[in-house]
Design a protein around this ligand. Structure first.
Ligand SMILES: NC(=O)c1ccc[n+]([C@@H]2O[C@H](COP(=O)([O-])OP(=O)(O)OC[C@H]3O[C@@H](n4cnc5c(N)ncnc54)[C@H](OP(=O)(O)O)[C@@H]3O)[C@@H](O)[C@H]2O)c1
Length: 333
């Protein structure tokens, strides 16, 4: 029954992405709370607002110690206080994912407190209308969604690899369905910049990178998922896609957009294998929405010409070159 309802919703964008999709799927699937994560430690980027904030708060409620990251100290601190007020351990840290030195400073701080990390959630993101370049000389959309998360995850990898069930969750977007992965068109120059396209391409690249983390780090039992939250009422949506703000009641609340990311981070998909679940073929990878693994391509021209593994290799090599990571880490990536 739940599968049939899900299939009907999946057939239309509005049915699937809107609040109605979330509410109907939750009711039909009889969703319960995600698994408890007492004592586990999670790092959440983009925790100062919207979906990332909701993810950080929810992981705290499930018993995790949460490191909430954002660019604004006061807003990030307020989120950590809210989590702490609920009884969970929480730390706030200022981090601009587009600034390599900011990432490095955070990792040093984290590593001085912990030698193991259970999960990273990459929720930081924005649809940037105007072309801009980061302090490190990288186009900002790619720096925010691809190279920043790559650098952060790369540096945290030794700690992740020590955890029993390390999990990476990347908050991508349904907008990625409109673009194919093409490394040559990923980092766009100012003359050709179109914010919506640049965003969709970066969100597609996030899905490729998430798959590559899962593939490369299988020996460490790493699960790496990408997901899309649907259409969610957040400051980021109002700023990036103001026309969507008019969808009003069709928009999900931040906690609803966050639900699948929280469920994945807490091990919901891993648990499917144990219970027999819904027959999902791989539970440590994939692109997810509303607690179910989804296809990565709806439009035929977005399918990879050389296979998805080749795409992953290409993107990985490019990320190591553009970030200067990947050399001399003392472990085999
Ligand atoms: N809302 C939707 O309908 C929707 C749909 C699909 C995907 N998404 C994705 O969901 C994620 C969260 O977005 P949202 O809608 O919740 O927007 P939001 O309320 O604007 O939150 C975005 C978060 O990302 C952080 N961020 C942006 N650039 C950053 C950078 N350079 N370094 C560190 N943090 C940075 C922001 O930090 P500051 O507080 O410092 O600005 C903020 O915490 C994004 O990845 C977005 O692409 C959203």
């Amino acid at each position: 029954m739940a599968r049939a309802v899900d299939g009907l919703l999946e057939a239309t964008v509005v049915g699937s992405f809107s609040r109605a999709g979330y509410l109907v799927r939750r009711a039909a699937g009889g969703w319960g709370d995600p698994p408890r994560v007492d004592g586990k430690v999670f790092v959440v980027t983009g925790a100062s607002s919207g979906i990332g904030r909701a993810i950080a708060v929810a992981l705290g409620r499930l018993g995790a110690e949460v490191w909430a990251l954002g660019r604004d100290a006061a807003r990030t601190g307020a989120v950590a206080d809210a989590i702490g007020g609920g009884g969970a351990r929480a730390r706030a840290s200022v981090l601009d994912v587009t600034d390599g030195s900011s990432v490095d400073t955070f990792v040093e701080r984290f590593a001085s407190a912990h030698d193991e990390l259970d999960g990273v959630v990459h929720a930081a993101g924005a649809l940037l209308r105007d072309h801009a370049v980061s302090r490190d000389g990288i186009e900002m959309t790619v720096a925010t969604h691809v190279l920043g998360p790559f650098r952060l995850t790369w540096q945290l990898a030794p700690l992740l690899h020590r955890a029993a069930t390390p999990t990476i969750v990347t908050v991508s977007s349904g907008g990625m369905y409109t673009e194919r992965f093409d490394l040559a068109r990923l980092e766009v120059s100012s003359e050709h910049y179109d914010g919506v396209r640049a965003y969709a391409r970066a969100k597609r690249a996030q899905v490729v990178l998430a798959g590559e983390w899962a593939r490369r780090w299988t020996p460490w039992n790493v699960a790496s998922y990408a997901m899309h939250p649907g259409w969610v009422a957040t400051p980021g949506l109002s700023a990036g896609l103001p026309s969507f703000a008019h969808l009003g009641p069709l928009l999900r609340r931040p906690e609803e957009g966050a639900d699948t990311a929280v469920w994945l981070a807490a091990g919901g998909a891993r648990a499917l294998a144990v219970s027999g679940g819904d027959g999902t073929p791989s539970v440590k990878a994939g692109f997810w929405h509303d607690r179910r693994r989804r296809g990565e391509h709806y439009l035929p021209w977005t399918r990879p010409r050389d296979g998805s593994e080749e795409q992953g290799h290409l993107l990985w090599d490019w990320c190591t070159v553009r970030t200067g990571m990947g050399l001399d880490m003392g472990w085999d990536a």
